[in-house]
Design a protein around this ligand. Structure first.
Ligand SMILES: Cc1cc2nc3c(=O)[nH]c(=O)nc-3n(C[C@H](O)[C@H](O)[C@H](O)COP(=O)(O)OP(=O)(O)OC[C@H]3O[C@@H](n4cnc5c(N)ncnc54)[C@H](O)[C@@H]3O)c2cc1C
Length: 393
Protein backbone atom coordinates (compact mmCIF):
# COMPACT_ATOMS: atom_id res chain seq x y z
CA UNK A 1 0.00 0.00 0.00
CA UNK A 2 1.34 3.45 -0.92
CA UNK A 3 2.07 6.11 1.64
CA UNK A 4 0.43 9.54 1.35
CA UNK A 5 2.54 12.28 2.86
CA UNK A 6 0.85 15.23 4.56
CA UNK A 7 2.25 18.34 2.94
CA UNK A 8 3.08 21.06 5.49
CA UNK A 9 4.81 23.31 2.96
CA UNK A 10 3.30 26.55 1.67
CA UNK A 11 2.75 26.71 -2.09
CA UNK A 12 4.83 29.05 -4.27
CA UNK A 13 1.79 31.29 -4.51
CA UNK A 14 1.44 31.43 -0.71
CA UNK A 15 5.14 32.29 -0.37
CA UNK A 16 4.73 35.14 -2.83
CA UNK A 17 1.56 36.29 -1.04
CA UNK A 18 3.47 36.44 2.24
CA UNK A 19 6.38 38.36 0.66
CA UNK A 20 4.04 40.87 -0.95
CA UNK A 21 2.18 41.56 2.32
CA UNK A 22 5.49 41.67 4.18
CA UNK A 23 6.80 44.34 1.80
CA UNK A 24 3.78 46.56 2.54
CA UNK A 25 4.10 45.99 6.30
CA UNK A 26 7.80 46.90 6.17
CA UNK A 27 6.72 50.47 5.37
CA UNK A 28 4.99 50.64 8.77
CA UNK A 29 7.66 50.04 11.38
CA UNK A 30 7.53 49.74 15.16
CA UNK A 31 7.62 53.50 15.62
CA UNK A 32 4.48 53.88 13.48
CA UNK A 33 2.57 51.38 15.61
CA UNK A 34 3.93 52.81 18.86
CA UNK A 35 2.72 56.26 17.78
CA UNK A 36 -0.77 54.90 16.88
CA UNK A 37 -0.93 53.11 20.23
CA UNK A 38 -0.20 56.38 21.92
CA UNK A 39 -2.37 58.81 19.89
CA UNK A 40 -5.18 56.29 19.19
CA UNK A 41 -5.48 57.34 15.55
CA UNK A 42 -6.87 54.67 13.21
CA UNK A 43 -4.01 53.45 10.95
CA UNK A 44 -5.53 54.97 7.78
CA UNK A 45 -2.26 54.89 5.82
CA UNK A 46 -1.83 51.19 6.50
CA UNK A 47 -5.45 50.42 5.58
CA UNK A 48 -5.03 52.42 2.35
CA UNK A 49 -1.73 50.75 1.47
CA UNK A 50 -3.33 47.30 1.66
CA UNK A 51 -6.37 48.54 -0.28
CA UNK A 52 -4.22 50.12 -3.01
CA UNK A 53 -2.54 46.77 -3.63
CA UNK A 54 -5.85 44.89 -3.67
CA UNK A 55 -5.56 43.02 -0.36
CA UNK A 56 -8.78 44.18 1.26
CA UNK A 57 -10.97 41.77 -0.68
CA UNK A 58 -8.83 38.66 -0.46
CA UNK A 59 -11.80 36.33 0.25
CA UNK A 60 -14.46 38.28 -1.66
CA UNK A 61 -15.41 36.74 -5.04
CA UNK A 62 -13.73 38.20 -8.11
CA UNK A 63 -17.12 39.15 -9.62
CA UNK A 64 -17.42 41.78 -6.88
CA UNK A 65 -13.85 43.07 -7.15
CA UNK A 66 -12.12 40.71 -4.69
CA UNK A 67 -9.49 38.03 -5.20
CA UNK A 68 -11.70 35.01 -4.38
CA UNK A 69 -8.97 33.28 -2.36
CA UNK A 70 -9.50 30.87 0.54
CA UNK A 71 -9.20 31.09 4.30
CA UNK A 72 -5.77 29.45 4.23
CA UNK A 73 -4.45 32.31 2.09
CA UNK A 74 -6.23 34.88 4.26
CA UNK A 75 -4.77 33.30 7.42
CA UNK A 76 -1.27 33.58 5.94
CA UNK A 77 -1.94 37.22 5.15
CA UNK A 78 -3.25 38.06 8.63
CA UNK A 79 -0.45 36.19 10.37
CA UNK A 80 2.09 38.09 8.26
CA UNK A 81 0.53 41.42 9.23
CA UNK A 82 0.56 40.63 12.95
CA UNK A 83 4.07 39.13 12.83
CA UNK A 84 5.45 42.28 11.17
CA UNK A 85 5.02 44.06 14.51
CA UNK A 86 1.69 45.57 13.49
CA UNK A 87 0.13 43.07 15.90
CA UNK A 88 -3.58 43.42 16.54
CA UNK A 89 -3.42 47.17 15.80
CA UNK A 90 -2.71 46.27 12.18
CA UNK A 91 -4.70 43.03 11.95
CA UNK A 92 -7.89 44.41 13.53
CA UNK A 93 -7.76 47.48 11.26
CA UNK A 94 -8.47 45.23 8.28
CA UNK A 95 -9.94 42.12 9.92
CA UNK A 96 -13.52 43.02 8.98
CA UNK A 97 -12.53 43.34 5.31
CA UNK A 98 -11.18 39.84 5.16
CA UNK A 99 -14.13 37.73 6.14
CA UNK A 100 -16.57 40.02 7.92
CA UNK A 101 -18.90 40.42 4.97
CA UNK A 102 -19.11 36.69 4.28
CA UNK A 103 -22.82 36.62 5.28
CA UNK A 104 -23.45 39.12 2.47
CA UNK A 105 -21.38 36.99 0.06
CA UNK A 106 -23.27 33.81 0.96
CA UNK A 107 -26.80 35.03 1.73
CA UNK A 108 -27.07 38.43 0.02
CA UNK A 109 -28.85 38.93 -3.31
CA UNK A 110 -26.81 39.73 -6.40
CA UNK A 111 -28.01 43.36 -6.23
CA UNK A 112 -26.88 43.60 -2.58
CA UNK A 113 -23.47 42.12 -3.37
CA UNK A 114 -22.95 44.56 -6.25
CA UNK A 115 -23.90 47.46 -3.99
CA UNK A 116 -22.20 46.39 -0.74
CA UNK A 117 -18.97 44.58 -1.60
CA UNK A 118 -16.97 46.71 -4.11
CA UNK A 119 -16.64 49.79 -1.81
CA UNK A 120 -15.24 47.56 0.96
CA UNK A 121 -12.77 45.86 -1.39
CA UNK A 122 -11.61 49.24 -2.70
CA UNK A 123 -11.11 50.55 0.84
CA UNK A 124 -13.62 53.35 0.15
CA UNK A 125 -15.90 52.21 2.98
CA UNK A 126 -15.25 50.61 6.33
CA UNK A 127 -17.63 48.35 8.20
CA UNK A 128 -18.04 47.17 11.78
CA UNK A 129 -19.74 44.04 13.10
CA UNK A 130 -22.34 44.65 15.81
CA UNK A 131 -23.37 41.53 17.71
CA UNK A 132 -22.38 41.75 21.39
CA UNK A 133 -24.85 43.38 23.80
CA UNK A 134 -24.32 44.52 27.37
CA UNK A 135 -26.94 42.22 28.84
CA UNK A 136 -26.51 39.17 26.61
CA UNK A 137 -22.77 38.51 26.79
CA UNK A 138 -21.81 35.24 25.14
CA UNK A 139 -25.45 34.13 25.12
CA UNK A 140 -26.15 35.50 21.65
CA UNK A 141 -29.68 34.11 21.63
CA UNK A 142 -30.56 36.64 24.36
CA UNK A 143 -29.91 39.66 22.12
CA UNK A 144 -32.57 42.25 22.92
CA UNK A 145 -31.95 45.06 20.44
CA UNK A 146 -35.17 45.17 18.38
CA UNK A 147 -35.98 45.87 14.75
CA UNK A 148 -39.64 46.51 13.93
CA UNK A 149 -41.01 46.56 10.42
CA UNK A 150 -42.89 49.78 9.71
CA UNK A 151 -44.02 49.98 6.06
CA UNK A 152 -40.99 49.74 3.78
CA UNK A 153 -38.40 50.03 6.54
CA UNK A 154 -37.30 48.57 9.82
CA UNK A 155 -36.72 50.74 12.87
CA UNK A 156 -33.99 49.59 15.27
CA UNK A 157 -33.77 50.46 18.97
CA UNK A 158 -31.36 49.09 21.56
CA UNK A 159 -27.72 48.94 22.59
CA UNK A 160 -24.60 47.10 21.54
CA UNK A 161 -21.20 46.99 23.16
CA UNK A 162 -17.56 46.34 22.29
CA UNK A 163 -18.17 47.16 18.65
CA UNK A 164 -14.76 47.60 17.07
CA UNK A 165 -14.02 50.29 14.44
CA UNK A 166 -17.44 51.95 14.93
CA UNK A 167 -15.68 55.34 15.22
CA UNK A 168 -14.44 55.10 11.65
CA UNK A 169 -16.99 52.76 10.04
CA UNK A 170 -19.43 53.91 7.34
CA UNK A 171 -21.48 50.71 7.50
CA UNK A 172 -22.40 48.06 10.03
CA UNK A 173 -23.38 44.43 9.87
CA UNK A 174 -25.83 44.18 12.75
CA UNK A 175 -27.70 41.26 14.31
CA UNK A 176 -30.95 42.18 16.07
CA UNK A 177 -34.15 40.59 17.25
CA UNK A 178 -37.22 40.86 15.01
CA UNK A 179 -39.42 38.37 16.90
CA UNK A 180 -39.54 38.56 20.71
CA UNK A 181 -37.82 35.72 22.57
CA UNK A 182 -41.18 34.67 24.09
CA UNK A 183 -42.68 34.16 20.61
CA UNK A 184 -40.03 31.89 19.05
CA UNK A 185 -39.77 28.09 19.23
CA UNK A 186 -35.97 28.21 19.75
CA UNK A 187 -34.07 31.17 21.24
CA UNK A 188 -31.75 31.28 18.20
CA UNK A 189 -34.72 32.01 15.96
CA UNK A 190 -36.19 35.47 15.40
CA UNK A 191 -32.82 37.21 14.92
CA UNK A 192 -32.26 39.13 11.70
CA UNK A 193 -29.13 40.43 10.00
CA UNK A 194 -28.80 43.83 8.33
CA UNK A 195 -25.96 45.53 6.49
CA UNK A 196 -26.71 49.19 6.64
CA UNK A 197 -25.37 52.72 7.01
CA UNK A 198 -24.05 53.67 10.42
CA UNK A 199 -26.23 56.76 10.64
CA UNK A 200 -24.77 58.79 13.49
CA UNK A 201 -27.92 60.87 13.86
CA UNK A 202 -29.63 57.73 15.27
CA UNK A 203 -26.62 55.86 16.67
CA UNK A 204 -24.46 57.26 19.44
CA UNK A 205 -21.01 55.68 19.37
CA UNK A 206 -19.09 56.01 22.63
CA UNK A 207 -15.49 54.75 22.77
CA UNK A 208 -14.49 52.35 25.54
CA UNK A 209 -11.15 53.15 27.19
CA UNK A 210 -9.38 49.82 27.00
CA UNK A 211 -6.19 47.93 27.81
CA UNK A 212 -4.58 47.84 24.37
CA UNK A 213 -4.99 48.27 20.61
CA UNK A 214 -5.82 51.92 21.09
CA UNK A 215 -5.55 52.58 17.33
CA UNK A 216 -8.57 50.37 16.68
CA UNK A 217 -11.50 51.63 18.72
CA UNK A 218 -14.13 49.53 20.47
CA UNK A 219 -17.39 51.13 21.48
CA UNK A 220 -20.71 51.19 23.17
CA UNK A 221 -23.50 51.88 20.69
CA UNK A 222 -26.84 53.39 21.64
CA UNK A 223 -29.37 52.98 18.84
CA UNK A 224 -32.43 55.20 18.91
CA UNK A 225 -34.89 54.89 16.02
CA UNK A 226 -32.38 53.88 13.32
CA UNK A 227 -34.31 53.50 10.04
CA UNK A 228 -33.14 50.65 7.84
CA UNK A 229 -34.56 50.15 4.35
CA UNK A 230 -35.90 46.68 3.50
CA UNK A 231 -33.20 46.22 0.86
CA UNK A 232 -30.54 46.28 3.61
CA UNK A 233 -31.84 43.07 5.19
CA UNK A 234 -29.54 40.13 4.49
CA UNK A 235 -31.43 36.93 3.67
CA UNK A 236 -34.68 36.02 5.37
CA UNK A 237 -36.14 37.64 8.45
CA UNK A 238 -35.50 35.55 11.58
CA UNK A 239 -32.58 33.52 10.20
CA UNK A 240 -29.72 35.88 11.13
CA UNK A 241 -28.23 33.63 13.81
CA UNK A 242 -27.75 30.78 11.32
CA UNK A 243 -26.08 33.21 8.88
CA UNK A 244 -23.66 34.39 11.57
CA UNK A 245 -22.86 30.82 12.62
CA UNK A 246 -21.72 30.09 9.09
CA UNK A 247 -18.88 32.61 9.45
CA UNK A 248 -17.80 31.75 13.00
CA UNK A 249 -15.25 29.07 12.14
CA UNK A 250 -13.32 31.14 9.58
CA UNK A 251 -13.35 34.06 12.02
CA UNK A 252 -11.79 31.86 14.72
CA UNK A 253 -9.17 30.66 12.23
CA UNK A 254 -8.20 34.22 11.31
CA UNK A 255 -7.97 35.39 14.93
CA UNK A 256 -5.81 32.34 15.65
CA UNK A 257 -3.50 33.16 12.75
CA UNK A 258 -3.21 36.74 14.05
CA UNK A 259 -2.37 35.48 17.55
CA UNK A 260 0.41 33.26 16.19
CA UNK A 261 1.76 36.24 14.24
CA UNK A 262 1.75 38.47 17.31
CA UNK A 263 3.50 35.76 19.34
CA UNK A 264 6.15 35.46 16.64
CA UNK A 265 6.77 39.23 16.71
CA UNK A 266 7.26 39.05 20.48
CA UNK A 267 9.51 36.00 20.28
CA UNK A 268 11.69 37.65 17.61
CA UNK A 269 12.20 40.74 19.79
CA UNK A 270 12.90 38.67 22.89
CA UNK A 271 15.41 36.47 21.08
CA UNK A 272 17.26 39.47 19.71
CA UNK A 273 17.37 41.08 23.13
CA UNK A 274 18.56 37.84 24.74
CA UNK A 275 21.50 37.78 22.34
CA UNK A 276 22.44 41.43 22.85
CA UNK A 277 21.85 42.14 26.54
CA UNK A 278 24.96 41.38 28.60
CA UNK A 279 24.65 40.89 32.38
CA UNK A 280 27.18 39.03 34.58
CA UNK A 281 29.61 39.22 31.61
CA UNK A 282 27.50 37.08 29.31
CA UNK A 283 24.51 37.53 27.05
CA UNK A 284 21.39 36.77 29.07
CA UNK A 285 20.41 34.32 26.31
CA UNK A 286 23.29 32.08 27.38
CA UNK A 287 21.33 31.22 30.51
CA UNK A 288 19.02 28.24 30.20
CA UNK A 289 16.46 30.01 32.37
CA UNK A 290 16.17 32.56 29.56
CA UNK A 291 16.60 30.18 26.58
CA UNK A 292 14.19 27.46 27.62
CA UNK A 293 11.05 29.59 27.91
CA UNK A 294 11.86 31.10 24.49
CA UNK A 295 12.34 27.62 22.98
CA UNK A 296 9.08 26.51 24.57
CA UNK A 297 7.24 29.49 23.06
CA UNK A 298 8.64 28.64 19.63
CA UNK A 299 7.26 25.11 19.91
CA UNK A 300 3.88 26.28 21.15
CA UNK A 301 3.57 28.75 18.28
CA UNK A 302 4.58 26.12 15.71
CA UNK A 303 2.02 23.65 17.07
CA UNK A 304 -0.71 26.30 17.12
CA UNK A 305 0.12 27.27 13.55
CA UNK A 306 -0.28 23.66 12.42
CA UNK A 307 -3.74 23.57 13.98
CA UNK A 308 -4.59 26.87 12.25
CA UNK A 309 -3.54 25.43 8.90
CA UNK A 310 -5.42 22.18 9.53
CA UNK A 311 -8.62 24.08 10.33
CA UNK A 312 -8.14 26.42 7.36
CA UNK A 313 -7.55 23.61 4.89
CA UNK A 314 -10.60 21.72 6.21
CA UNK A 315 -12.71 24.85 5.72
CA UNK A 316 -11.34 25.47 2.22
CA UNK A 317 -12.09 21.86 1.25
CA UNK A 318 -15.66 22.25 2.50
CA UNK A 319 -15.18 19.75 5.35
CA UNK A 320 -16.51 20.25 8.91
CA UNK A 321 -13.89 22.29 10.74
CA UNK A 322 -15.56 23.27 14.05
CA UNK A 323 -13.31 21.25 16.39
CA UNK A 324 -10.09 22.26 14.59
CA UNK A 325 -11.14 25.94 14.28
CA UNK A 326 -12.00 26.16 17.97
CA UNK A 327 -8.86 24.28 19.00
CA UNK A 328 -6.76 26.55 16.77
CA UNK A 329 -8.27 29.69 18.31
CA UNK A 330 -7.71 28.39 21.86
CA UNK A 331 -4.17 27.09 21.31
CA UNK A 332 -3.02 30.08 19.27
CA UNK A 333 -4.42 32.62 21.73
CA UNK A 334 -2.68 30.89 24.65
CA UNK A 335 0.58 30.44 22.70
CA UNK A 336 0.52 34.08 21.58
CA UNK A 337 -0.15 35.28 25.10
CA UNK A 338 2.61 33.09 26.56
CA UNK A 339 5.11 34.33 23.95
CA UNK A 340 4.25 37.97 24.71
CA UNK A 341 4.48 37.42 28.47
CA UNK A 342 7.83 35.64 28.04
CA UNK A 343 9.09 38.47 25.84
CA UNK A 344 8.30 41.02 28.55
CA UNK A 345 10.06 38.91 31.20
CA UNK A 346 13.08 38.37 28.94
CA UNK A 347 13.49 42.14 28.70
CA UNK A 348 13.42 42.54 32.49
CA UNK A 349 12.61 46.14 33.44
CA UNK A 350 12.85 47.27 29.82
CA UNK A 351 10.00 44.90 28.98
CA UNK A 352 7.81 47.34 30.88
CA UNK A 353 8.97 50.31 28.75
CA UNK A 354 6.92 51.27 25.71
CA UNK A 355 10.06 51.84 23.60
CA UNK A 356 10.77 48.12 23.56
CA UNK A 357 7.33 47.31 22.09
CA UNK A 358 6.76 43.99 23.88
CA UNK A 359 4.50 45.51 26.53
CA UNK A 360 2.22 46.67 23.69
CA UNK A 361 2.19 43.15 22.25
CA UNK A 362 1.47 41.75 25.71
CA UNK A 363 -1.58 44.01 26.13
CA UNK A 364 -2.83 43.13 22.64
CA UNK A 365 -2.37 39.40 23.22
CA UNK A 366 -5.32 39.44 25.63
CA UNK A 367 -7.73 40.27 22.80
CA UNK A 368 -7.33 36.91 21.07
CA UNK A 369 -8.08 35.13 24.32
CA UNK A 370 -11.33 37.01 24.99
CA UNK A 371 -12.84 37.70 21.55
CA UNK A 372 -14.84 36.61 19.71
CA UNK A 373 -15.27 33.76 22.19
CA UNK A 374 -13.58 33.02 25.50
CA UNK A 375 -11.39 29.98 26.36
CA UNK A 376 -14.06 28.67 28.73
CA UNK A 377 -16.68 28.53 26.00
CA UNK A 378 -14.26 26.81 23.61
CA UNK A 379 -13.57 24.17 26.26
CA UNK A 380 -17.33 23.73 26.67
CA UNK A 381 -17.66 23.25 22.89
CA UNK A 382 -14.89 20.63 22.71
CA UNK A 383 -16.21 18.81 25.79
CA UNK A 384 -19.73 18.65 24.41
CA UNK A 385 -19.34 18.36 20.63
CA UNK A 386 -16.10 16.35 20.42
CA UNK A 387 -16.10 14.31 23.63
CA UNK A 388 -19.86 13.87 23.84
CA UNK A 389 -20.13 15.13 27.43
CA UNK A 390 -23.39 16.72 28.61
CA UNK A 391 -23.97 20.35 27.70
CA UNK A 392 -22.90 22.37 30.73
CA UNK A 393 -24.57 25.72 30.07
C1 LIG B 1 -11.07 44.30 22.20
C2 LIG B 1 -12.40 43.68 21.94
C3 LIG B 1 -13.00 43.86 20.70
C4 LIG B 1 -14.28 43.34 20.46
N1 LIG B 1 -14.88 43.59 19.25
C5 LIG B 1 -16.17 43.19 19.04
C6 LIG B 1 -16.87 43.55 17.83
O1 LIG B 1 -16.32 44.18 16.94
N2 LIG B 1 -18.16 43.15 17.69
C7 LIG B 1 -18.82 42.44 18.66
O2 LIG B 1 -19.99 42.12 18.45
N3 LIG B 1 -18.19 42.09 19.83
C8 LIG B 1 -16.89 42.45 20.03
N4 LIG B 1 -16.24 42.11 21.21
C9 LIG B 1 -16.98 41.41 22.23
C10 LIG B 1 -16.48 40.01 22.50
O3 LIG B 1 -16.82 39.15 21.45
C11 LIG B 1 -17.05 39.59 23.86
O4 LIG B 1 -16.42 40.38 24.84
C12 LIG B 1 -16.85 38.15 24.14
O5 LIG B 1 -17.66 37.41 23.28
C13 LIG B 1 -17.20 37.81 25.60
O6 LIG B 1 -18.48 38.28 25.92
P1 LIG B 1 -18.72 39.10 27.28
O7 LIG B 1 -17.62 40.10 27.34
O8 LIG B 1 -20.08 39.65 27.31
O9 LIG B 1 -18.50 38.01 28.39
P2 LIG B 1 -19.60 37.28 29.32
O10 LIG B 1 -20.56 36.53 28.44
O11 LIG B 1 -20.17 38.27 30.26
O12 LIG B 1 -18.69 36.24 30.10
C14 LIG B 1 -17.86 36.66 31.19
C15 LIG B 1 -16.97 35.50 31.60
O13 LIG B 1 -17.77 34.41 32.07
C16 LIG B 1 -17.42 33.24 31.36
N5 LIG B 1 -18.62 32.41 31.19
C17 LIG B 1 -19.87 32.82 30.83
N6 LIG B 1 -20.70 31.75 30.77
C18 LIG B 1 -19.97 30.65 31.10
C19 LIG B 1 -20.23 29.25 31.20
N7 LIG B 1 -21.45 28.75 30.98
N8 LIG B 1 -19.22 28.43 31.54
C20 LIG B 1 -17.98 28.92 31.78
N9 LIG B 1 -17.66 30.22 31.71
C21 LIG B 1 -18.63 31.08 31.36
C22 LIG B 1 -16.89 33.72 30.03
O14 LIG B 1 -16.06 32.72 29.41
C23 LIG B 1 -16.12 34.95 30.46
O15 LIG B 1 -14.85 34.58 30.95
C24 LIG B 1 -14.94 42.60 21.47
C25 LIG B 1 -14.32 42.40 22.71
C26 LIG B 1 -13.08 42.94 22.95
C27 LIG B 1 -12.45 42.76 24.29
Amino acid sequence: MGVTAIDFALTDFQHSLRSAVDRICARFGDDYWLARDSDGQFPEEFHRALGDDGWLGICIPQTYGGSGLGITDAAIMMQTIAASGAGFSGASAVHMNIFGLNPVVVYGSDAQKRRMLPPIVAGKEKACFAVTEPNAGLETAKLATRAELRGDRYVINGAKTWISTAQVADKMLILVRTTPLEAVAKPTEGLTLFYTALDRTAVEVRAIEKMGRKAVDSNQMFIDGLEVPLEDRIGEEGRGFAYILHGMNPERILIAAEAVGLGRAALARATLYAKERVVFDRPIGQNQAIQHPLAQCWMELEAAELMVLKAASQYDRGEPCGPAANAAKYLAAEAGFHACETAVMTHGGYGYAKDYHVERYFRESMIARIAPVTPQLILCFIAEKVLGLPKSY
